[in-house]
Design a protein around this ligand. Structure first.
Ligand SMILES: Cc1ncc(COP(=O)(O)O)c(C=O)c1O
Length: 399
């Protein structure tokens, strides 16, 4: 009997962290690699938020925080949800955690009994699958298609629901596809959920402020306010405020769920870093100019990358409407031969081939839909141009 639980053999390391580590290793060996694997904005945290963190340290706000988060943060979250989303929550219905990732984990941990099912549309953010498995639940993957803009199909959703279904995880805008669900599609999804009252919705809205072309964000609760008593809204600071390293996220939902997540957190991580929480108050209550500027820059980069890669024979690109990723089909390249003679048999092979060509991307198998690769455009324009040139040359060199 080994020391590590058997169960761990089913859990995958985060793909982004594996690819980023590999790119760093290659760079250390002197290879020139442009990494398009990062899931984080490349800007510093806005200055007024930095200063709020520094002030918290200097003022001694460095003790254990309350388990669900400091009241001023939970109040600021309530103001944000009312102001931006038209949602009415009390601070008791809000919990802060060490990133949205931990909030999602806590929600799954307190709701899943062994064998309970969680519906996850693919392509997906990998942690939904692994966190479900860590909580002894069963992920049920519902694939979307590039032709349908990677949007969840209500009929396929309904076909996947069973009496054991506890959650549907909706990530809108989506990592890795950049798909944004419009109100019509959300309404159609809500109609399915209204027929299955045992299914809760985990609405991961972390890319809410990264929607392009002037389009508005809509959540499932805009489409169906009646689902509020079985919805957990998850959001955070990592993307909107470029605060990935502060490790702060939050959830808002029904009181009993939040109470149980608080109980769970009390025996695991305790409250999220207090310094980060004070910075979070400044972010939520402060000027949103940073988010708007960041969005404008990302939109320009998206247009550049889509223009350059759509012109590459063999790649199929759908223009993402949100987030900072493009999910590119490499189906037409499968079966082609690399210059050394090796056949590209999968998206993992294609990603490895691109790594040899000096570009780090993440293969679609990490997101549950193949054959695709995800590229992140959260990097500077010069690097993006160089990476796209290398990708084009690498594709042209295939036999
Ligand atoms: C869809 C999605 N949700 C949650 C997270 C994690 O956010 P946090 O940094 O708040 O844990 C990410 C990060 O990549 C993400 O892409």
């Amino acid at each position: 009997m080994g020391m590590i639980a058997e169960h761990m053999s089913c859990i995958k390391q985060s793909a982004a962290s594996v690819v980023s580590a590999r790119a760093t290793e290659l760079r250390q060996q002197g290879k020139d690699v442009v990494s398009l694997s990062a899931g984080e904005p490349d800007f510093p945290t806005p200055e007024h938020v930095q200063l709020a963190g520094i002030r918290a340290i200097v003022e001694g706000k460095t003790k254990y925080p309350p388990i669900p988060g400091i009241l001023p943060l939970r109040q600021a979250v309530c103001r944000k949800l009312a102001r931006e989303n038209g949602l009415d929550y009390t601070p008791e219905q809000v919990i802060a955690g060490a990133g949205a990732k931990q909030v999602i984990f806590n929600a799954l941990a307190v709701t899943l009994d062994p064998g309970d099912e969680v519906i996850v549309p693919a392509p997906y953010f990998g942690c939904y699958i692994e966190e479900t498995a860590l909580c002894r639940g069963v992920p049920v993957v519902v694939e979307t298609t590039q032709d349908d803009g990677f949007r969840l199909d209500p009929a396929r959703l309904e076909a996947a629901i069973t009496p054991r279904t506890k959650w549907l995880i909706l990530n809108n805008p989506n990592n890795p596809s950049g798909a944004v669900l419009d109100l019509d599609r959300l309404q159609a999804i809500a109609e399915v959920l209204q027929r299955h009252p045992q299914v809760w919705v985990l609405s991961d809205d972390i890319y809410e402020h990264l929607i392009y072309d002037g389009r508005a964000f809509h959540s499932i609760l805009d489409a169906a306010p009646d689902l509020k008593d079985r919805t957990l809204v998850v959001n955070g600071f990592s993307k909107t405020f470029s605060m990935t390293g502060w490790r702060l996220g939050y959830g808002a939902g029904p009181l009993d769920l939040i109470k149980n997540m608080t109980k769970y957190q009390s025996q695991t991580t305790s409250g999220a870093c207090q310094v980060s929480q004070w910075a979070g108050v400044a972010a939520l209550d402060g000027d949103m100019g940073f988010a708007a500027r960041q969005r404008a820059i990302f939109q320009e980069r998206r247009d550049l990358v889509v223009q350059m890669l759509a012109a590459v024979p063999g790649l199929r690109v759908v223009r993402p409407e949100g987030a900072f990723y493009v999910y590119i089909s490499c189906a037409d390249l499968i079966g082609r031969a690399a210059p050394g003679g090796k056949t590209i048999a999968s998206d993992a092979d294609f990603a490895n081939y691109l790594l040899d060509a000096g570009v780090a991307v993440i293969p679609g198998d990490a997101f549950g839909l193949s054959p695709f690769v995800r590229i992140s455009f959260a990097t500077d324009t010069a690097s993006l141009k160089e990476a796209c040139r290398r990708i084009a040359d690498a594709c042209a060199a295939l036999g």
